[in-house]
Design a protein around this ligand. Sequence first.
Ligand code: AMP
Ligand code: GLY
Length: 422
Amino acid sequence: MNILLIGSGGREHALAWALANSPLLTKLYVAPGNAGMSELAELVSLDAADHGGVIDFCQTKGIDFVVVGPEAPLVAGLVDDLTAAGIKAFGPSKTAAQLEGSKSFTKAICDAANIPTAKYGHFKNAADAKAHVEAHGAPIVVKADGLAAGKGVVVAMAKDEALAAIDACFDGSFGDAGAEVVLEEFLEGEEASFFVLADGKNILPLATAQDHKRAFDGDQGPNTGGMGAYSPAPVMTDALVEQTLEEIIRPTVAEMARRGMPFKGVLFAGLMITDEGPKLIEYNTRFGDPECQVLMMRLRDDLLTLLMASADGTLDKVSARWRPETAMTVVLAANGYPGSYEKGTEIKGLKTASSADGVEIFHAGTRSDGGRLLANGGRVLNVTALGSTVAEARDKAYDAVAKVDWPEGFCRKDIGWRALAR
Ligand code: AMP
Ligand code: GLY
């Protein structure tokens, strides 16, 4: 089969790495990809926002299946347009991608299907939102309703902070994404991520993971796209996984089907494990980045078969087996990230760094310039290792990090601290 993968991050490098091993693969294209993927695939400079251009490419190259990595093309309806053109694609339709694209949509699904989540209010103007804050006090969570590249959430510990966040949303800090605001009850507990595949009606549980959203050690500093992850997440016991499937995932997929917007693709549940059990914080409708990197390290079955089964509605005919080991990934980011940072600095030493058994380096923002590898983004590399324990995975990952020669980059030194503390 000829496959086109859309995206350019560490998530897509990990997906490309897994797809490249598929016995079903003839040729893999990635648009636009990054320097790390050029060893596995042919990189093509397609704009995912130009659906006509993507369709033309698929028709010219005889693409059998398109795998969409990031959320933006899903929310923009790329899968709908490909499907209408007779091209099979992995991922949700535009209406089903509202589970990620609109927080108020997801809250309404939770209401309808009685899914445990934070209590909330949904507001279309600042005055009503502020009145809600005055009535409920802090801590309270302020969320821009739409897609805001992970930056639209403020966990306000004080009332003034909540009021300022409401102003920022309605003043246009997040563009259209902030035109409506969701205010949520503050949930206390440990966070975990749970991934399943869905095909509209069937669910195939994948695995659990934990991300590290803050930029600096000790979960300090600004929020980022994610500075490291590991899988499995020890907080997610088998009993909690079962409870999450029963109370959150299955009711969601059933409610989406009932509304005539069957969910196909990856459903990524961001959970808070509270004293009352798991509660849904948010859904994403694609793999996590960097969570995908650790999932792919642990997956023993053919990824392409699983993704096709999601698109074909045959997830009940396949299974996914996972290595029992822990996978950990440490993100190397450009100094200054998530604020402003320099591009074009040179990275050396990756061959040596990735030479150990069970170590893979997935690229994110990189590009090659002749024989040199240059940083080309905020999150740049994902140094990923498999170990028989969390401590072993951590040691292997950080041994590899130490061999990367990139003075202009930094990483957190404490990835995995929660799992290690257990
Ligand atoms: P989100 O973009 O919805 O994942 O939110 C970003 C982060 O904000 C989450 O990973 C949580 O750490 C935090 N968060 C979101 N909603 C809540 C909530 N209701 N209570 C406590 N923390 C939250
Ligand atoms: N790492 C969090 C996300 O992909 O949304």
